[in-house]
Design a protein around this ligand. Structure first.
Ligand SMILES: C[S@@+](CC[C@H](N)C(=O)[O-])C[C@H]1O[C@@H](n2cnc3c(N)ncnc32)[C@H](O)[C@@H]1O
Length: 237
């Protein structure tokens, strides 16, 4: 599916989010501790590279990994030549082609919903991050069932597939987006899973009244598992 829409993916993203996806990616960068020169970041399901490129622009060394060749193949053309080293790999988030503990942070933006086993993907991300480093997940979420939530649901079900389909040439890809977002677990459950999978200091921030969420967790040092905290969340825009 992503191979089929790769060429128009960025355009559809910008139009459907009104450009807000850019500010969300900047928030992920801040949540990762704004890694710069001397830091290494692995961006899983990097797609056409927007998040990876932000980290590289700040001077970090970045490895972008994506399953779909047609998506990741578009990323090098977006490099500006400034900032840290970039490597683009076709690979699987469930079996990352990266060694243990090499990264200061691992990120995944709008990708966790798409992998076959999200728990395994989180564990893989934790594996490649050094103790004390961070795992960050940016993903869509569902707002509460108030007036805003009802309007958003109607947008997801009826407007987004039409516009996304017209822009990308594949309406089914945007029906899939609606289905997977509405079937996605709430942030509390995702946080509990991250904690069960061994991350500590976990928390999340709701974005735009809960239509997206940034999850964070820290890879513990050996013997550091007791510092688990639960449920810190915000409602920032
Ligand atoms: C919605 S796109 C997100 C791309 C990018 N992170 C962004 O923020 O625009 C989802 C991406 O997940 C990738 N993907 C799906 N399953 C994957 C897997 N098992 N391993 C790596 N990437 C995967 C797809 O190829 C696609 O590029």
């Amino acid at each position: 599916m992503f191979a089929g829409i790769a060429g128009r993916y960025d355009l559809a993203n910008r139009v459907l989010s009104g450009g807000v996806d850019r500010s969300w990616r900047r928030k992920v960068m801040a949540a990762a501790g704004s890694p710069g020169a001397g830091s290494t970041v692995v961006d899983v399901a990097c797609g056409t590279g927007d998040l990876a490129l932000l980290f590289a622009k700040a001077g970090a060394r970045v490895v972008g990994v994506d399953f779909t060749y047609e998506m990741v193949a578009l990323a090098p053309s977006k490099e500006t030549g400034r900032g840290g080293d970039l490597a683009w790999l076709q690979g699987d988030g469930l079996q990352l082609p990266v060694g243990d503990g090499v990264a200061d942070a691992a990120t995944i933006a709008f990708g966790l919903r798409n992998v076959a086993d999200r728990r395994r993907c989180i564990r893989e991300m934790a594996r490649v991050v050094r103790p004390g480093g961070r795992v960050l997940v940016l993903e869509f979420s569902m707002p509460q069932r108030d007036a805003f939530g009802r309007i958003y649901r109607a947008y997801l079900e009826h407007v987004l597939p039409r516009i996304g389909g017209a822009l990308s040439g594949d309406r089914s890809a945007y029906d899939y987006l609606d289905d997977t977002v509405q079937g996605w677990p709430g942030p509390e459950q995702l946080q509990a899973e991250m904690e069960e999978d061994g991350l500590v200091d976990c928390g999340f921030e709701r974005l735009w009244r809960g239509i997206a969420c940034i999850h964070r967790g820290v890879v513990p040092a050996p013997g550091d598992g007791a510092r688990v905290t639960r449920g810190s969340s915000g409602s920032g825009g």
